[in-house]
Design a protein around this ligand. Sequence first.
Ligand code: AMP
Length: 633
Amino acid sequence: MAESADYESFYRRSIDQRDDFWAEQAQLIEWQTPPQRICDYDNPPFAKWFVGGTTNLCHNAVDRHLRERAEQNALIALSSETDTEQVYSFAQLHQEVQRMAAVLQALGVKQGDRVLIYMPMIAEAAFAMLACARIGAIHSVVFGGFASSSLATRIEDAEPVAIVSADAGSRGGKGVPYKPLLDEALELSKYKPAAVLMVDRGLAPMAMREGRDHDWATLRARHMDAQVPCVWVDSTHPSYTLYTSGTTGKPKGVQRDTGGYAVALAASMKHIFQAQAGQTYFSTSDIGWVVGHSYIIYGPLLAGMATVMYEGLPTRPDAGVWWSIVAKYQVTHMFSAPTAVRVLKKQDPAYLKKYDISCLKTLWLAGEPLDEPTAQWISDALQIPIVDNYWQTETGWPILTLCNGVQQQPSRFGSPGKAVYGFDVRLIDESTGQELTEPNQKGVVAIEGPLPPGCLQTVWRDDERFVDTYWKSIPGRLIYSTFDWGIRDADGYYFILGRTDDVINVAGHRLGTREIEECIAGHSSVAEVAVVGVADAVKGQVAMAFAVVRDATAVQDEAGRKQLEAEIMKRVDGQMGAVARPARIHFVALLPKTRSGKLLRRALQAVAERRDPGDLTTIEDPGALLAIRDMLG
Ligand code: AMP
């Protein structure tokens, strides 16, 4: 391959000779039919990658490795919650995936059908994802921490033929039943799937509905010797949808292709992660998030690595649990989020010295800003490179980082790094749409089309929303907005300065404040509510709600406030899941609004963070904001 050791020219080539560059990267995966055209951008902003090529994600993640590493570890499923360890070689994974594929087919799943996966971090979740890829079905994983109403919205949007779930997850040693939430979601949803496949872990009783609900163990036993060939699909065939929060209450189904995604991930394993087949990758994320898709399941397996799937907290049974996994399974690559590191930082540092973790080469952190004290602490503790990387559910792989597989580059505290090859990153002045070319100017981080392979093709069944949401926010130009503020220094290092919209980031999890507001507003005592993200030392941000009640006497005294707060929290837990629960609910008389009635979330956030809310002249009634400031003290 005509690769240069110099990152700058590698990057330039990815932009200036885009098709040649990506044609080379496409050789990192196996195709049934090679692509005829590398990028079709005839209808911007819709990009089609590797047109005419046919391939299969499961073939590339599993089957292709049978030739050289059938007996090597592929999937290491560990749970400190149930104290179990299951290790599958590529050959065993291949078998399990075929069993799952056969079961899904028996339940009526065909190419192009959706399968919704609502599961804890267990091996069967990986089998289900890979089985879908194998038969050309489109999976849609919903994070297990989401509750019934969030799940119902996603079921209605995805219209899955089948749902794969489990009796329960477990957190902090306590079982978290999934089936009752799933049943409630299925009641709520106008769309009803034909089949539900349940994995019974023996953690919680399940009420099985005759004709609809099926037991995985029973069906698996019927398909022990199943041989289900990979279905060769077009490169542009959707591999999955993954819902993410935006500025409206309705989550967006990010739709990803097959060939572009496979190539993008395989290339990232080489150029970003410096991966080699036979090594072991441990990402502490969850399959419900994009990191789980790209760097628990597909990326490491595409590279022929073993991947660790871990159910449990970083602190249980003690704060050494991650490092014991690293030592035991000789983990070489680790991927986590700053918030988890901040949790560990509060624990006894002796845990870091308890195990021999000299096998670990690099720790990548993503999902939220990496603050300097956290980066410094973990870098001192581990004595290995800590690499920040910035991306989104929409892109599927990093936009900004240091591509040390191409050229080693020094990191800079506070910066996730430089633009990654393939991403034509620009900084744009929000109001004029002009590009900011001087160093250290603050603008919206935007990406010139076409987006590179692996990024979202569209919003599931809503091309218009894809174009309107992402490509039309900058006046006068068709350019993809990340909705993040950023600056770039004179050496091309970017710094991310927070969101431009109402999306918040709690412990690396992206949540739309509107969704939480809609849920709280559904409580009969609440007249109006605003939710904002407030800085938090451990979680990065937490949600804080400001509610106006219908009857002020209900919150007159402390007992009344406490009771209503608890009721609202319970409602959020029950409908959206504990992940969305606000840290506090403050009851206020009025919310700050503009004269046109628009909620001023940014001013509210400033006050909640004890910052200057800035210009109050646009506020209809500045007294509303001042009263909240006084209340917060
Ligand atoms: P998600 O789609 O859930 O991965 O969230 C993406 C958002 O998380 C981005 O738009 C950023 O606001 C934030 N984010 C992700 N990674 C980083 C990072 N390394 N530094 C700063 N912010 C980040």
